[in-house]
Ligand binder design. Structure first.
Ligand code: SF4
Ligand code: SF4
Length: 358
């Protein structure tokens, strides 16, 4: 039986009330709300957007969905975990302030924001990996203390996984900082000395102080590098690269295994919404406004995280006239996360797309 994926056509420019209604309708179709029990803790996993980013899912788009969840339980909350890199989301105080500045305040969304891995990203529990890539997944505690998960993902390109959507949001996004480090640890960027202009920009962004000066160019200290990928994104001259296919495949497989571990905890009480609007080359960690790589498509909803990401990829390729706009951004075989997710039993790439009236 193929997994069901519901699509409501939508665009970011629409009235926020209409988008809220569409997100609610898509959410109600997947049936999770009927399964929520009184006093279930429900984690609404989201990315609040980095400072100056403009692509993140807006709070106003979620009001209808949140109202439905609140009718079932008063214990719902919006959540994300702290970032690996230094920025405005690497501790809970700044993270919550950033969420507020993007409109996720109690008077607007009517539920609290809780950062899932505590003040500095160390509130986590370690499990046992089963599928080869991850030995001991480290998951932010708030997820493991919750009864249901609603994964709200803005679909974008991604520097390390090609596509960032439900699998990335659940696998990387529910991991503690140590878990994120574990997933990134297979990537080893390298510098092409001839391409480096020695501008120094990457120094400011490296959270591990792993970039050191050499004669006329920089070098990366492999022992100090944590593989976060920040330097790849900020270098305007393409002087820093990873071994895309090999390193990315291993990261994607780790992401899928972390996602499996989170998913299994909820014993089926999970639902996924992917927002295919303002799809950009980079994820919402980018502290800037980025152009779209494809026209807006709509909102997807499913109970299957692999199916919803496969449908996301397919819809974007179709909207771009068959051109692989994901690979145009970063030359990565983004399908590795889907293949591995399917292989380990997280979900299915076989799906039925059901279009709902927009
Ligand atoms: S940002 Fe790029 S060009 Fe500038 S110093 Fe770093 S590697 Fe070299
Ligand atoms: S060298 Fe690059 S990938 Fe390594 S820690 Fe620094 S910014 Fe991250």
């Amino acid at each position: 039986m193929p997994s069901q994926v519901f699509l409501i056509p939508a665009a970011a420019a629409e009235d926020p009330d209409i988008l809220s209604q569409k997100a609610r309708d898509a959410y109600l179709r997947i049936g999770l709300n009927d399964e929520l029990a009184k006093e279930d803790f429900v984690a609404l996993k989201i990315h609040f957007g980095e400072k100056h980013n403009t692509g993140y899912i807006r709070p106003a788009w979620l009001l209808g969905l949140i109202r439905e969840v609140r009718k079932k339980t008063p214990l719902a909350f919006l959540t994300d975990s702290n970032t690996l890199y230094v920025g405005h989301r690497s501790n809970s105080v700044e993270h919550i302030r950033l969420a507020w500045s993007h409109g996720f305040t109690p008077d607007v969304v009517d539920i609290p924001v809780i950062i899932a891995d505590g003040l500095i990203g160390r509130d986590a529990q370690e499990g046992k990996g089963e599928h080869g890539r991850v030995a001991a997944p480290k998951i932010a505690s708030a997820f493991l203390h919750s009864d249901a998960l609603i994964c709200l993902s803005h679909a974008t390109g991604h520097v390390q996984t090609g596509i960032g959507a439900a699998l990335k949001n659940m696998g990387m996004g529910c991991a503690s900082r140590a878990g994120k480090l574990d997933q990134h640890s297979v990537a080893h960027p390298r510098v092409t000395p001839k391409a480096c202009r020695n501008c120094g920009l990457c120094f400011d962004y490296c959270p591990a102080k792993a970039i050191v000066q050499a004669e006329g160019h920089i070098v990366i200290d492999d022992a100090a590098c944590i593989g976060c990928g920040e330097c790849l994104v900020v270098c305007k001259y393409g002087a820093i690269k990873i071994r895309w296919d090999e390193d990315s495949r291993r990261i994607q497989e780790k992401v899928a295994e972390y996602a499996f571990h989170v998913h299994r905890h909820f014993r089926g009480k999970t639902g996924f919404l992917n927002f295919l609007v303002k799809i950009t080359k980079n994820c919402d960690c980018m502290a800037k406004d980025e152009p779209r790589i494809v026209e807006d498509i709509g909102i997807l909803a499913s109970r299957d995280p692999v199916a919803i990401d496969k449908a996301t990829a397919d819809l974007v390729l179709a909207r771009s006239g068959g051109q692989d706009v994901w690979r145009k951004g970063y030359d990565i075989d983004w399908s590795a996360q889907l293949r591995h997710g399917e292989r380990i039993g997280l979900g299915s790439t076989d799906y039925e797309l059901i279009e709902l009236p927009g």
